[in-house]
Design a protein around this ligand. Structure first.
Ligand SMILES: Cc1cc2nc3c(=O)[nH]c(=O)nc-3n(C[C@H](O)[C@H](O)[C@H](O)COP(=O)(O)O)c2cc1C
Length: 171
């Protein structure tokens, strides 16, 4: 099972839409997906002194047992969303250690999203994940006009994610 986690708090989220399209590709290859947004978790702001609540721990157990995780975020002021950072702050290294990860973003402008993905990549390195090189950054325009070029980008991203999963299984 592959978890696809959106860092958007929006009602009609572009990021969730992108993750659903990736999910469709994964299902097409016979994989199972678990798609949700951090907003569904109703997480409080992370406070180091507070223990994890049992609902969150339960959800986290499913996430941590995933074959891979795809994190998606809208670009907010040149970086990924605070909601996703808050989710990550609730985790410890062992929660994500050794998991194959893919990262994607959506943004208002074309060719934005690089800083969003770079920031996310650095943080995931601290969690000792295997974040794949291929990443996706799509603009609102690209998402609303889903042409063959965009579909191919999503296809290549999914292929690389699935290849990395099978590569890691051999170790
Ligand atoms: C607070 C805020 C900051 C944003 N900052 C940027 C930005 O720096 N660059 C950009 O291209 N788009 C920016 N956007 C546009 C969003 O990245 C874009 O609409 C995204 O697709 C929203 O995703 P969502 O629908 O999943 O929340 C911003 C939007 C908001 C609400």
């Amino acid at each position: 099972m592959i978890s696809l986690i959106s860092g958007s708090m929006s009602d009609n989220s572009n990021t969730k839409l992108l993750l659903e399209m990736i999910g469709e590709n994964i299902r097409g290859k016979g994989g199972d997906v678990n798609i949700f947004s951090v907003r569904d978790l109703n997480l409080e702001m992370f406070t180091p002194d507070k223990p994890r609540n049992s609902n969150f721990q339960e959800k986290l157990n499913t996430i941590c047992q995933s074959e891979a995780i795809v994190f998606g975020s809208p670009e907010y002021h040149g970086s990924f969303s605070g909601a996703l950072k808050n989710f990550l702050d609730h985790l410890v290294i062992d929660d994500l250690k050794g998991i194959v990860v893919g990262i994607v973003s959506t943004s208002g402008s074309s060719y934005c999203g690089a800083n969003t993905l770079n920031s996310l990549r650095i943080i995931l390195r601290n969690f000792h994940t295997y974040t794949i090189n291929r990443q996706l950054s799509l603009s609102e325009k690209e998402l609303s006009n889903m042409n063959d070029h965009v579909k191919l980008k999503i296809h290549h991203f999914t292929e690389e994610l699935l290849n990395e999963i099978s590569l890691r299984k051999r170790y």
